[in-house]
Design a protein around this ligand. Structure first.
Ligand code: C5P
Length: 320
C-alpha cells in the first residue's frame, strides 16, 4: 500500500554540532547526568533519504561509511521504525510499506560531533513526510529525545542551550555572525558513557554545583566576536576525556599554538574543536593540526547552521 502522501522518497539534510560549553551536574536516577550545554550546529551535514522499497534496508556512503552499522544499531533506522510505529498506531494507510534509508555522510564518524544524531534527526523528518504523519515540532522533538539526548538539537539547529539530559532546548538568538571551527578527529574512539563515568570517578565525593552556561557566553554569542567567545568555551568532560585519552592534550596544545582562540573537547570527545578568528585563522589551525599528525583527520566548518531540512535537489554521494 502506498504511503499517504504517495511521494516515493524524501531527502533531508541535518547538521553536526559542537558544544561551546558543557556543564555536567549530578548523576540522575535514570543514569543520565543533569547538564547545561550550549550547542551550535555547523555546516557539516548528513544527507538521509527515506524511500519506498521492496524490503526494509539501509545503505551508508561517504566519509568513514564503513564504520557505520546498517542494522537496527543505526540511529536513522531506529528513527524510521519509531515513526512507522506511530503510523501503525494511527492506522495510516502505508504504515507497513517497506522503507529503505540511504545515508550520505559528511560528518566524521567520531564521538563529539553527533553525526549519528544528525542521521536520526534527518530520518525522522523524512519519514514524517513520507508516511504523511505531519507530526508537530513538539511531537517530533519528543520522539527524537527517545533516540538520544542530542537528536532534538539535530532537528532544531542554529545555536541553543540544552538543559536536563541536553534535550530541553532554548534557542539562542546569536545573530548572523559566522564562527569558523576546526575539528580534529581522533583515530581512537571514546565511549560516551565511559567518559561520563570517568567524570564521576574523578569528582569522587566533591559536591557538584548546579550546571550553568559560562557567564557572558550568551552575550558574547550575540555580539559575534570570536575573540570574546573563544576564552569562554568550556567543557566539564575535558579532564575525563583527557584521562581516558591523554594524547588529546597534545592535540589541544597544537591548535592553541597555531592561534586558536578557544580549544575544547567537543561533547564527550574524542573530537576536539578549535575556534578561529576567521577563515584564514581556521586554515592555519587546520594546517598545523594536519602537519603535526596528532589527529587522524582534520575538518573545517562554520556555524551556526540550520537544523534538519527537506532538500529538493539531493546531492549525489560523490559530494560527501
Ligand atoms: O542519549 P545518548 O545516547 O546521547 O547518551 C549516551 C550516554 O551518555 C548515556 O547512556 C549516558 O551514559 C551519557 N549521558 C549522560 N548524561 C547526559 C547525556 C548522556 O550521562 N545528559
Amino acid at each position: 500500500m502506498a504511503p499517504l502522501n504517495s511521494v516515493p522518497a524524501v531527502t533531508v539534510r541535518a547538521p553536526a554540532k559542537v558544544n561551546l560549553s558543557l556543564a555536567v551536574g549530578p548523576l540522575r536516577p535514570d543514569g543520565y547526568h543533569e547538564l547545561v550545554t550550549c550547542f551550535q550546529a555547523v555546516d557539516l551535514v548528513e544527507q538521509v533519504t527515506v524511500r519506498v522499497a521492496d524490503i526494509d534496508g539501509c545503505t551508508v556512503r561517504g566519509r568513514h561509511a564503513e564504520h557505520v552499522p546498517t542494522d537496527a544499531g543505526n540511529l536513522a533506522v531506529r528513527a524510521v521504525r519509531a515513526l512507522r510505529d506511530v503510523a501503525r498506531e494511527r492506522g495510516l494507510p502505508g504504515a507497513d510499506t517497506p522503507l529503505a534509508v540511504d545515508i550520505v555522510k559528511s560528518v566524521p564518524v567520531a564521538g563529539g560531533m553527533a553525526g549519528g544524531s544528525a542521521d536520526a534527526a534527518a530520518a525522522l523528518l523524512a519519514a514524517d513526510q513520507l508516511l504523511g504523519l505531519r507530526l508537530t515540532r513538539e511531537e517530533l522533538h519528543a520522539i527524537a529525545a527517545t533516540l538520544g539526548a542530542d537528536v532534538p538539537f539535530g532537528l532544531l539547529g542554529l545555536t541553543a542551550i540544552g538543559r536536563g539530559r541536553g534535550d530541553d532546548l532554548t534557542p539562542v538568538l546569536a545573530g548572523d555572525h559566522r564562527l569558523h571551527w576546526v575539528f580534529a578527529v581522533s583515530g581512537q574512539g571514546l565511549s560516551t558513557p565511559a567518559v561520563f563515568r570517568e567524570c564521576d570517578r574523578l569528582r569522587g565525593d566533591t559536591p557538584v554545583p548546579d550546571p550553568d552556561v559560562p557567564a557572558g557566553l550568551v552575550a558574547a554569542l550575540r555580539g559575534g566576536d570570536p575573540h570574546e567567545i573563544g576564552p569562554l568555551l568550556a567543557n566539564d568532560l575535558t579532564d575525563a576525556a583527557l584521562s581516558l585519552q591523554p594524547s588529546l592534550a597534545d592535540t589541544l596544545a597544537v591548535g592553541r599554538a597555531a592561534g586558536a582562540l578557544g580549544a575544547i573537547v567537543s561533547g564527550s570527545g574524542p573530537t576536539t574543536a578549535f575556534l578561529a578568528a576567521d577563515r584564514e585563522g581556521a586554515i592555519d589551525v587546520a594546517v598545523a593540526l594536519t602537519a603535526s599528525k596528532v589527529a587522524a583527520d582534520v575538518v573545517r566548518a562554520t556555524g551556526p547552521a540550520h537544523g534538519a531540512r527537506v532538500v529538493e535537489a539531493p546531492l549525489d554521494d560523490t559530494v560527501a
